[in-house]
Ligand binder design. Sequence first.
Ligand SMILES: Cc1cc2nc3c(=O)[nH]c(=O)nc-3n(C[C@H](O)[C@H](O)[C@H](O)COP(=O)(O)OP(=O)(O)OC[C@H]3O[C@@H](n4cnc5c(N)ncnc54)[C@H](O)[C@@H]3O)c2cc1C
Length: 323
Amino acid sequence: MKQVQEDKVRNIINEIKDLSMDIAVFRDEPMSEHTTFKCGGNAALFMQPHTEEELVVISDVLERYDVPWYVTGNGSNLLVSDSGYDGVIINTLGLRSTGDEISFFSENPIEGDECTGIRVRAGVLLSRVANAAMERGLTGLEFASGIPGSVGGAVVMNAGAYGGEISQVIGNTTVISSGGKSEILTKEELKLGYRDSIFKHERHICYEVDFHLKKGDRNQIKATMQDMNEKRRAKQPLEYPSAGSTFKRPEGHFAGKLIMEAGLAGYSIGGARVSEKHCGFIINAGGATATDIKNLMDHVAKKVFENSGIMLEREVCLLGDFG
Ligand SMILES: Cc1cc2nc3c(=O)[nH]c(=O)nc-3n(C[C@H](O)[C@H](O)[C@H](O)COP(=O)(O)OP(=O)(O)OC[C@H]3O[C@@H](n4cnc5c(N)ncnc54)[C@H](O)[C@@H]3O)c2cc1C
C-alpha cells in the first residue's frame, strides 16, 4: 500500500502540536482497538479532538495537506482492512467528556414549557443519552439504549431498532464541512433514509445533535429499555465481537432468515462465523482477520442470492483496501 507521505504526517503532527490544543494524536494506531469486530490493521494517524474548535482545526489542517481522512465513532459498524488505513482517522469519542456534552433545553420557552429537547455531542454513546433521557422522564430514545454506537454514528446510519429510528427524534444537527466550516443542517437536510443519510454521500463531520422527545413516565421508560435489552441478550450473540446486523433488511424479508434458509448457520471462514444464535450477525469467533470477515460476507451474499434470488446489501461500512 502506498504510504501517506512521511513528511506530510510529520508536518501535520507538528502543526497540531504547535497549537497547544488538547488533541490526542497517535501514529500507527491499531484499529482493532477501535472497532467492535476487534480486527483490522493500523491507521497511519489517529486523532481525538475534544471540542468543536479542535475539530474545526483538524478539518482545516487535513484539507490543506490534502490527505485522506475518515471519521469514526465507536467503530460498531465498521470493518477496517488487515492492511489498515493509509490516512487520518478523526475519532469523535473525545467529544464525550467535556462536561457539557449533554444538555437539556426547552422547545417552547415562551410558554415556559418543560425541557424536552436534548443537545448532545456526536461522540457521546447512545446508551448514555438514552439513560439521561430516561432519568429525566423523557420518552423517544428507548430504542437506542442497546445500540452500541456513538450519537454521530447513529445519525450517519440513521440507526434503529424495535420500531424506533433516529429520524423520529432528531432535530437540527451541527456539522463541520470541508475546510472546517461549521453549519447547522435541519432534519430535512440530513436526508435520513433506511440506514442512510447525507453523510453517506457528502463529506460532513457530525458534531452536535438535537433530539426532540416527549414527557413520559420514568419507570415505564426504564421498563421498556430493560425489556428491549433482555430481548437483545436472548436473540443476539453479544458475547462475541461483531458489528451487529451485517446486511440491510431486504424489503419484505429478514436477512437472518434468508441466510438460515441458505443453510449458512454456523458457516465459517477462518475465525469469522455466521452466528447460529442470529444468522444476520457475522461474528469474530476467535482470531478472525478482516479478510476472513469480508470473504464470509461475500460468500453469504452469493449463497443467499443463489438460494433466494435476493441480493443482500451490506450494512457494515468498509475502510481500507480489501483487494
Ligand atoms: C452488537 C451490536 C448490535 C447492534 N444493533 C444495532 C441496532 O439495533 N440498530 C442499528 O441501527 N445498528 C445496530 N448496530 C450497528 C451500530 O451500532 C450502529 O450503526 C451505530 O449507530 C454505529 O455508530 P458508531 O459510532 O459505532 O459508528 P462507526 O462504526 O464508528 O461509524 C459508522 C459510520 O458512521 C460514520 N461516522 C461515525 N461518526 C461520525 C461523525 N461524527 N460524523 C460523520 N461520520 C461519522 C463513519 O465514517 C462510518 O461511515 C449494532 C452493532 C453491534 C456491534
